[in-house]
Design a binder for this molecule. Structure first.
Ligand code: BES
Ligand code: MN
Length: 460
């Protein structure tokens, strides 16, 4: 480790409290991208990030319009001859409901024990701030420089599938061009297991609406002659899996690549057995395709999920109604080679073949994004591997994750750019759930790892 790196890492350790204060400020902005009423908070979050970048000496910082929520871009090109790294992040967060289950308000960040609680603390304001804090440590201790050239893309639509990003990337090709992208939007297997993610699943999302009678009916007067839309929807959903947990939609597995023996060995090496998933989730028993390991089912197999169900009367007490409508929010996680459009066509075909004549149905598609596999032999991965090892003292795990980060595929196809993917969140951080939190001792290590990464990424 060079003297400069050592000084920057010391600075990072000495300034943990201040970094935490900055993160709290960021987390207190209610930037829920899916909420039309949060528009001004989205702009406030983007401006907040832009101000941080300017304070770090980043040039050409702009809160750039995208057609949707703005993206923050900027660059620092003061290291001629050194690689250029595009730093990706998202300032948007998921909705907070059910609000009553939060122990402290989601946008009033609070430290309890070793954790910071608040929406976005882990996904991914904490990860963005790990990188920006590392940059501050480097900048201050080197007298205003960085060991590599930097570009920034901090977007506001990741949690809604990054719909405006393909066009923005295409129109800003030059401004974003870099040797590779650092994407800290993934996480770790556990606090002692630094992790590099080299695969992410794709996704496609839907709303399935089933309707029957022209209005809600008295279930005594019409029960027995009208097919209840809630029951019809439940039957359709139940038919989407077989008894072994396989999805029954036509063509669903057509393009899925088999898991090779080498890949299987990689999955089997990870410390993610049945007991791990039982403990993390609290379910009485696991479920899913029995011939695959649990981490294979998450990382390398496609799925279909119900994300929400709505029909009839759900208040206190009861109401004898035969509901006019029922609705389900559905999504499929996809693996490499699966085409979101083909999967959507398969779902439509399933509905055409299986929906009963007694109800009407409508399928709304919200768009999708294909899966990604990243090159593990690129120099950025080596730099990250070395950085993680120098902080945790163990070799990082390489993992294919089940979550989706659409920008990774977008950068591959639109810019020919590979991503180096990591993150310092933990599996029990309650992502997308009440009481989201960030484990601070792990986050501080993450900041130091990002300092080390910046030095490792330079070609000496
Ligand atoms: N950071 C997550 C994805 C993730 C989670 C990667 C855990 C690795 C481990 C990301 O912000 C996310 O949640 N993405 C959404 C995308 C969707 C809304 C299009 C997802 O995966 O549900
Ligand atoms: Mn995220």
């Amino acid at each position: 480790m060079t003297h400069l790196e050592q000084r920057a890492r010391e600075y990072a350790r000495q300034n943990q409290e201040r970094f935490l204060d900055q993160l709290k400020e960021f987390v207190s902005i209610a930037s829920v991208s899916t909420d039309p009423e949060a528009r001004s908070e989205m702009v406030r979050a983007a401006e907040w990030v832009a101000a941080r970048l300017r304070a770090l000496g980043v040039n050409q910082v702009e809160v750039a319009p995208t057609g949707g929520h703005p993206a923050v871009v900027g660059e620092w090109l003061g290291a001629p001859g050194q690689p250029t790294i595009l730093i990706y992040g998202h300032y948007d967060v998921q909705p907070v409901d059910p609000l009553e289950l939060w122990q402290s308000p989601p946008f009033t960040p609070e430290v309890r024990g070793e954790n910071l609680y608040g929406r976005g603390a882990s996904d991914m304001k904490g990860q963005v701030m790990a990188v920006l804090s590392a940059l501050e440590a480097v900048r201050v201790t080197t007298g205003g420089t960085f060991p590599v050239n930097l570009k920034f893309l901090i977007e506001g639509e990741e949690e809604i599938g990054s719909p405006s990003l393909p066009k923005f990337i295409t129109q800003n090709r030059q401004r974003l061009q870099a040797d590779f992208c650092l994407n800290p939007d993934s996480g770790m297997l556990g606090a002692q297991y630094p992790t590099i993610t080299y695969g992410l699943r794709g996704i496609i999302t839907f709303e399935l609406r089933v309707s029957g009678p022209k209005s809600d009916l008295h279930s005594g007067i019409y029960g027995g002659v009208v097919h209840n839309p809630a029951v019809a929807l439940a039957e359709l959903i139940a038919g989407m899996h077989d008894a072994s947990g396989r999805v029954t939609l036509p063509g669903f597995y057509d393009d899925v690549l088999p898991i090779t023996a080498a890949e299987h060995a990689d999955f089997a090496r990870l410390p993610l057995d049945d007991a791990y998933y039982l403990e993390q989730t609290g379910v009485p028993a696991l479920w899913g395709e029995p011939e695959y390991l649990p981490d294979e089912r998450v990382g390398a197999r496609p799925t279909l999920e119900v994300n929400g169900l709505l029909s009839g009367f759900t208040g206190a007490g009861f109401k004898t109604v035969l509901p006019a409508q029922a609705m389900a929010k559905l999504s499929c996680r996809l693996v490499p080679k699966q085409d979101p459009a083909k999967i959507a066509a398969g779902l439509r075909q399933y509905l055409e073949q299986n929906a009963p004549r007694t109800v009407r149905w409508e399928l709304v598609e919200f768009g999708g994004s294909p899966a990604s596999i990243s090159d593990v032999n690129q120099p950025g991965v080596k730099a990250l591997q070395k950085a993680l090892e120098s902080v945790w003292g163990v070799q990082p795990f390489f993992k294919r994750e089940g979550g989706s980060v659409p920008v990774v595929t977008q950068m591959q196809t639109l810019l020919g750019m590979e991503s180096v993917i990591t993150g310092f969140g933990l599996p029990d951080d309650n992502l997308h759930a009440p009481n989201e939190k960030l484990h601070l001792p792990t986050w501080y290590r993450g900041i130091e790892a990002m300092v080390a990464f910046l030095f490792n990424a330079a070609e000496n």
